[in-house]
Design a protein around this ligand. Sequence first.
Ligand code: NAP
Length: 292
Amino acid sequence: MKLLVTGAQGQVGHEIVALAAQRDIHLTALGRNDLDITAPQAVQGALETHRPDLVINAAAYTAVDLAESQPEAAFAVNRDGARHLASACAAIGLPLIHLSTDYIFDGRQSTPYREADPPAPLGRYGVSKWEGEEAVRALLPRHLIIRVSWVFGMHGKNFVKTILRLARERESLAVVDDQTGGPTAADDIARMLLDVAEKALQPGFSDWGTYHYQGTPAVTWHAFAHVIVAAARQRIELPVREIRPIPTAQFPTPAQRPANSRLDCQRIHDRLGIPMPEWRPAVQALILKLLD
Ligand SMILES: NC(=O)c1ccc[n+]([C@@H]2O[C@H](COP(=O)([O-])OP(=O)(O)OC[C@H]3O[C@@H](n4cnc5c(N)ncnc54)[C@H](OP(=O)(O)O)[C@@H]3O)[C@@H](O)[C@H]2O)c1
């Protein structure tokens, strides 16, 4: 199988590169410096040069708060970049796996979100991701849009690293306790993507469309922080004495976030045979690596 991945230096991109090396996969891994997805001719040129069997778009503008003051940058990558990739894939006849986010929902629903639930993003990042999804749907029938959430891994900024740093510096932490979601390990996402790519390239595959993929069980950021600190405590002494639960109202950010970020992952299980990953072992493994 010949794959091309964009955003190869991001959290998920890094893990795709690492995993592909362990499997019989010919991977063209393009970081932002190799391919800027906001440049349509460069996108088309890259696909024509490398001629993969399938493209995975792991490139994105992911600075949720900064997107409120820099919306052009977010839309250029998340909407227009996705459109350029879908358009180039359509021109050459390639399928595309495109990653999206729980932040396309407003979180006001009381149950986990299903793929067909109406989008209502609360911030510009969410709008840019939703419009990217729509561009992919409009241009390329052979697409898989996979929404993930609360991503953490070895490479790049994420909640696990932030809490670990703060727990080593402070005696008291205050963490939001009224947003619930599913932490999802970047290496689990990479494994899922390579498994799904393999399925999508089998003759007769027809399960194109939109899917949800998220770690289990669902927790609040506060409960997630507890697990991170407990995992780190098994290895090192920490000054942190308390982790206070606070409401979102006491932690104002430029972008609003959904209170309910739970995604219903039944469809990816039933159609593609992909189970929800347990995130706790992945946190343990990441903490070990970070403290090594
Ligand atoms: N992180 C999360 O918690 C989260 C949650 C839900 C969904 N997602 C989605 O999951 C996917 C992967 O996220 P991630 O956490 O791996 O993101 P990430 O770590 O921010 O990686 C994204 C990568 O895309 C690159 N990039 C930015 N602009 C680009 C451009 N114009 N052309 C090519 N590459 C560009 C970035 O490079 P620079 O670093 O140089 O900008 C970065 O290496 C994204 O679609 C994201 O929207 C993420």
